[in-house]
Design a protein around this ligand. Sequence first.
Ligand SMILES: Cc1cc2nc3c(=O)[nH]c(=O)nc-3n(C[C@H](O)[C@H](O)[C@H](O)COP(=O)(O)O)c2cc1C
Length: 306
Amino acid sequence: MTHGFLGAEPLLPDATETAPDKPAPRPALSEVGAGAPADALLRARYREAATPAPPHWNAVIGQIVSHRSVRRYRPDPLPEGIVETLVAAGQSAATSSNLQTWSVIEVSDPARKARLAEVTGGQKHILEAPTLLVWLADLERLGRLGAERAQPVEGLDYLETLFVGIIDAALAAQNAVLAAESLGLGTVYIGALRNDPERVARELGLPAKVLPVFGLCVGYPDESVVTGIKPRLSPSLVLHRERYGEGFTPEAIAAYDAAIQDFQGEQAIPQVPWSRQALARVAAPQSLSGRDRIRDALTKLGFALR
Ligand SMILES: Cc1cc2nc3c(=O)[nH]c(=O)nc-3n(C[C@H](O)[C@H](O)[C@H](O)COP(=O)(O)O)c2cc1C
């Protein structure tokens, strides 16, 4: 396969470079890079049926809209200083009340990554990527500060404060993802670490009141593998104005099922309608890969969940 992760390279062929008698094969719609024109990127993101009119645009938005998860990596380690840069990007995200209730652990030891991959049902990209960043909702730091100052920290026992930590961790991680992508790196989140949060906590030596929210593989994409832009639901289903509206239509879902199957065809992966996949994921507790017991796991990790 010739098309890899394309970073900032626009991929749509320039018509002037195409001999009229031998048209170059049209690249798959999903294979546009961050530098491609707005309309090409939005067509990849939404496919024809739902593509919005050309919006306000700049290089930052091009980078954001060209996101795709990467699950095949070159073995090269991350260059010196990259993790620090990603952490600076993460720490630049907004944080609830400036509490900064998150931390991150860099895991690059192959044996440790392999043990963490076991928790996820053996996701191979964790072994392949040189680094796994584990993002934590971290209420321990404030707990420790309170203990040091002999001050009460009862607010840490409320579900709301755990929300704060989880939201903070997610915002920081997404900033790091964008920073990584802008440097030509690929990433994929690993929510499956929550299949067994206690085992992850033991592996990483987490104190009480620290939750592994998700992992994030980071590495250079294997350029011999196509990694396309996965379409999203029509904005008509997602964007409501003033009040929750009547955006839901079976037609919009059907159009998205078709878009996803086009994408899957381009990526040579099994074609399954999104609606079927999504409903299967929420059908029953067993569909949650062990995460149906998350409340119990949180209690064991020291969260009172008041
Ligand atoms: C919180 C979170 C957890 C995820 N967990 C996993 C995971 O465990 N394994 C995996 O391969 N992808 C995981 N993903 C990636 C999603 O499958 C992916 O973002 C989604 O299919 C959309 O594709 P895209 O990121 O390429 O646009 C996760 C994404 C998020 C945001």
